[in-house]
Design a protein around this ligand. Structure first.
Ligand code: NDP
Length: 448
């Protein structure tokens, strides 16, 4: 085991050396490979064939210029990215993020996570991620359209339903997916529905895709609680963010009888002890594109805290649903001290390594994003299935499929954690289960 640990340390040092300045990517790699010691001991040929080293190197990285003109005639230049990380299980699959914080290291961390997340779903999809440092906030629809058209003018040549299938992520919702698909169709003269997911159900999108990451995350939490003889009913919950993932996590929590008392955006936190009124959040965020602080204009009983920390609000279930590293060690300590018994990560890598350590050591039900937020990409795969067969499923049927997939992801992580001597540790379960599926396919394909 000592020898294997030395090897893993060497691999990590090499990743840091070869990818300087990409802190989030380093963090994501470390989290995965630190779980793999027992796997290499059991399967030494993974080490001989340098599977980990190969997985850490993306198959292809595309970086491109995205010039566009704003409503006043001024020219802007953004940078576009697509990191096609691994395609042994299927076409590259992973969302696009438009946010000013985007740089290569963010896209690589997200793409790397996506490989294992997609593998754990059991669906035939590879891992990728993309995006741009473009900020859609405050931009008119026409500006967002011109940006999306310019972005797709370059990206289209790298996509295809059998090659690479993007979807949404932060800053890329139904509006952006529409503009992106429209430009793809125009450039290629092909109505290739399966080239992008998260489309409107009016033109090839799957019902439930919009709800799927949030719903799926809550289903995962429900499974973790069930495994402990508990349920969500009556639980007090806090959900960070108020975007796609957060809104539909809140919706499913409420449907399952839990009480959501807080949500947030990047400016501040709403605490509504009488229960968050989701209709208001949806109107503010999905329709009017306003700030969450405006919630208190309608619901005077609620409290808004500018720059506040949502994790200071006492809850039994916490769903980080905003962004990476939003929940640090101090926040984790506060959550645990306030009686939190379950954390389900709707966002990607929202907990810092210190917070993860505390959650795992405390023995609470902790579902890492790689497992808990896999409902989004799974429903994207269901959308691809419907596109390939030119079919459209009902909401009820699709939600039932999502529920089953989340239950399977839970079982796979749970059983793998037990097999490797860490019962109840979903971090180990998800990382090992995902890694093994990818590793086996890579071995089968030879050195490629
Ligand atoms: P949205 O853009 O719809 O919403 C993001 C939310 O998080 C907004 O409330 C936003 O606030 C907040 N937020 C974003 N960046 C920051 C930041 N730096 N600090 C504080 N708050 C921030 O994105 P999604 O809901 O789609 O994505 C949320 C998370 O879920 C991301 O980690 C994403 O990678 C992950 N995810 C998404 C999937 C999907 O299907 N959409 C699938 C799997 C994971 P504001 O409006 O003020 O910026």
């Amino acid at each position: 085991m000592k020898q294997v640990e030395g090897r893993i340390k060497q691999i990590f040092e090499q990743v840091v050396r070869r990818n300087p300045g990409e802190a989030e990517f380093h963090q994501a790699v470390k989290e995965v490979i630190d779980c793999l010691g027992p796997v290499l001991v059991k399967h030494p040929h993974y080490a001989d064939q340098k599977i980990i080293e190969r997985i850490c190197e993306p198959e292809r990285q595309i970086i491109f210029r995205v010039p566009w003109i704003d409503d006043h005639g001024e020219v802007h230049i953004n940078r576009g990215f697509r990191v096609q990380f691994n395609s042994v299980l299927g076409p590259y699959k992973g969302g696009l993020r438009f946010h000013p914080s985007v740089y290569l290291g963010i896209i690589k961390f997200l793409g790397f996570e996506q490989i294992f997340k997609n593998a754990v779903t059991g669906m035939p999809i590879g891992g990728a991620k993309g995006g741009s440092d473009f900020d859609p906030k405050g931009r008119s629809d026409a500006e967002v359209m011109r940006f999306c058209q310019s972005f797709m003018t370059e990206l289209h040549r790298h996509l295809g339903e059998y090659t690479d299938v993007p979807a949404g992520d932060i800053g890329v919702g139904a509006r952006e997916i529409g503009y992106l698909f429209g430009q793809f169709k125009r450039m290629t003269n092909r109505y290739e529905s399966g080239v992008i997911t998260g489309k409107s159900p009016l033109w090839g999108g799957a019902l439930v895709r919009r709800e799927s990451t949030g719903y799926g995350c809550v289903f995962f939490v429900d499974e973790m609680l069930k495994a402990r003889g508990q349920s969500l009913e009556g639980m007090t919950c806090v959900v960070s963010g108020s975007g796609n993932v957060a809104i539909y996590a809140m919706e499913k929590l409420q449907q399952l009888g839990a009480k959501v008392v807080a949500c947030s955006d990047s400016n501040g936190v709403i605490h509504d002890a009488t229960g968050i009124k989701l209709d208001t959040v949806k109107r503010l965020k999905e329709v009017e594109r306003r700030r969450i602080r405006d919630y208190v204009q309608v619901h005077r009983e609620a409290h808004y805290s500018e720059g506040g920390c949502i994790w200071d609000i006492a809850c039994q279930v916490a769903i980080p649903g905003a962004t990476e590293n939003e929940l640090d060690e101090r926040a984790a300590r506060t959550l645990l001290a306030n009686g939190c018994i379950a954390v389900g990560e709707g966002a990607n890598m929202p907990s810092t390594p210190g917070a993860v350590k505390l959650f795992v050591e405390s023995g609470i039900a902790y579902g890492p994003g790689k497992a808990a937020n896999g409902g989004g990409v799974s429903t994207s795969a269901l959308e691809m299935q419907q596109n390939a067969s030119r079919d459209a499923w009902t909401f009820e049927f699709t939600e039932q499929r999502l529920r089953e997939i989340m239950s399977n992801i839970h079982r796979s992580c749970y059983e793998t954690a037990e097999e490797y001597g860490s019962p109840g540790n979903y971090v180990i379960g998800a990382n090992i289960a995902g890694f093994k599926r990818v590793a086996e396919a890579m071995l089968a394909f030879g050195v490629i």
